[in-house]
Design a protein around this ligand. Structure first.
Ligand SMILES: O=C(O)C1=C[C@@H](OP(=O)(O)O)[C@@H](O)[C@H](O)C1
Ligand SMILES: C=C(OP(=O)(O)O)C(=O)O
Length: 411
């Protein structure tokens, strides 16, 4: 099997759900990602009084431009940071008291700069436990808008949430960023906001959003580029193999597709056409130094194949991977060392030295889907790898083990 159907993008599905909920009219979302994160987002919307009807391959959302359809709600955001950061921001545009909580894993992840920004906009937001973390309560009375400064150096999701709030404010929003990671995710946000009728312009470090509201539409979700990275990495790693992912081509919204450029630099053959991407092994994997600030969800994917390269692989500028589902720099280093690989790390980098990993070993997943999916790639050339929590892939790809196993078994 060389052509692989990859489930829809988590980032696109989450944004589409927000935009559809805020829009005038009913939106149909085609090929949404069905996973714990996006089911959690849809469930959160329902708790806030939005009508979301899910059928196979299509979700229908009735928009409520005035905000949540209830004045009092409890919302559980599970493990999803998009849910945990986007939904309180959406609720702020409405009227009522909305309480949010999340899993233990998500409670550990920060959202302080987003809370501060919402408070600057006049939103009465209170944290129930640790400041800048879930749980929190939003006492919403609409948002007037104005200008604010934001540090999005820890997560671009703070900026995405506020940008998407912009059209729902009375006077519009100007956001100036002092720092920003994962910038391609902001490009997804801007493109999708415009697709739902918003007017937003960027002038250097300032984003200006007009108070237009959103218009409902039918929206097709492209396959998830971060998910595709495991198949692309596997194809680059296994001599004689290739992987083609339809639906991810030159027009793709997601920056994580640039992971194939890293594989190309390492020696793989890569072809990106208008509607598909193919990665082919050449039997060579070269070491390299690469800055992954823009595409850090694929850092563990690269770390997992790095020991098979002919020289050191050094990944730089990925400090924010320490505040994801787990501390991914430590998790990657720890698991590679468990496999006998030599690894060095610093505050925002990891360097992996060549040398065939050796099992048997149980990978400590830390409940992180990307640690499982990445080390499943390592396992293709390392007998004896098992996982302490293989099921945590449900966050973004519940069917991962079946799909990846089928790819691996294909001669
Ligand atoms: O906006 C989004 O959909 C996402 C942005 C990125 O997060 P950060 O901006 O926190 O790096 C990415 O890691 C996450 O998986 C999804
Ligand atoms: C970091 C991730 O997820 P999120 O921030 O959306 O929870 C991820 O999917 O790798």
């Amino acid at each position: 099997m060389t052509v692989i159907d990859i489930p829809g993008s988590k980032s696109v599905t989450a944004r589409a759900l927000f935009l559809a909920a805020a829009a005038e009219g009913t939106t149909t979302l085609l090929r949404p990602l069905v996973s714990d994160d996006t089911e959690g987002f849809a469930e959160g919307l329902r708790a806030l009084g939005y009508a979301v009807r899910q059928e196979p391959g299509a979700w229908h959302i009735e928009g409520r431009p005035a905000g949540p359809g209830t004045a009092d709600a409890d919302v559980y955001c599970r493990d999803g940071a998009t849910t945990a950061r986007f939904l309180p921001t959406l609720a702020a545009a409405g009227h009522g008291t909305f309480r949010f909580d999340a899993s233990a894993q998500m409670r550990r992840r920060p959202l302080g700069p987003l809370s501060t920004a919402l408070r600057e906009l006049g939103v009465d937001l209170r944290h129930g436990g640790k400041e800048g973390h879930h749980p929190l309560a939003v006492h919403a009375a609409g948002v007037k808008g104005g200008a604010l400064t934001l540090d999005a150096g820890q997560s671009s999701q703070y900026l995405t949430a506020l940008l998407m709030l912009g059209p729902l404010t009375a006077e519009g929003l100007d956001i100036t960023v002092t720092d920003l990671v994962s910038e391609p995710y902001v490009e997804i946000t801007l493109a999708m906001m415009r697709a739902f009728g918003a007017e937003v312009v960027r002038e250097d470090r300032t984003y200006r959003v007009a108070p237009t509201g959103y218009r409902a539409r039918t929206y097709g979700v492209e396959p998830d580029a971060s998910t595709a990275s495991y198949l692309f990495a596997a194809a680059a790693l296994l001599p004689g193999r290739e992987a083609t992912v339809p639906g991810l081509g030159t027009g793709a919204l997601q920056g994580d597709l640039a992971f194939v450029d890293v594989l190309r630099r390492m020696g793989a053959e890569v072809e990106v056409t208008a509607d598909a991407t193919t990665v082919r092994s050449t039997g060579t994997l070269r070491g390299l130094t690469v800055n992954m600030r823009d595409i850090s969800d694929t850092m563990p994917t690269l770390a997992a194949i790095a020991p098979f390269a002919d020289g050191p692989v050094r990944i730089e500028d990925v400090a924010n991977t320490r505040v994801k589902e787990c501390d991914r720099l430590d998790a990657c280093a720890g698991n590679l060392r468990r496999l006998g690989v030599t690894v060095d790390t610093g505050p925002d980098w990891i360097e992996i030295h060549p040398g065939a990993p050796a099992g048997p070993a149980e990978i400590a997943t830390h409940g992180d889907h990307r640690i499982v999916m990445s080390f499943a790639v390592t396992a293709l050339r390392t007998p004896g790898i098992t996982f302490d929590d293989p099921g945590c892939v449900k966050k973004t790809f519940p069917d991962f083990h079946r799909v990846f196993g089928a790819f691996a078994r294909t001669p």
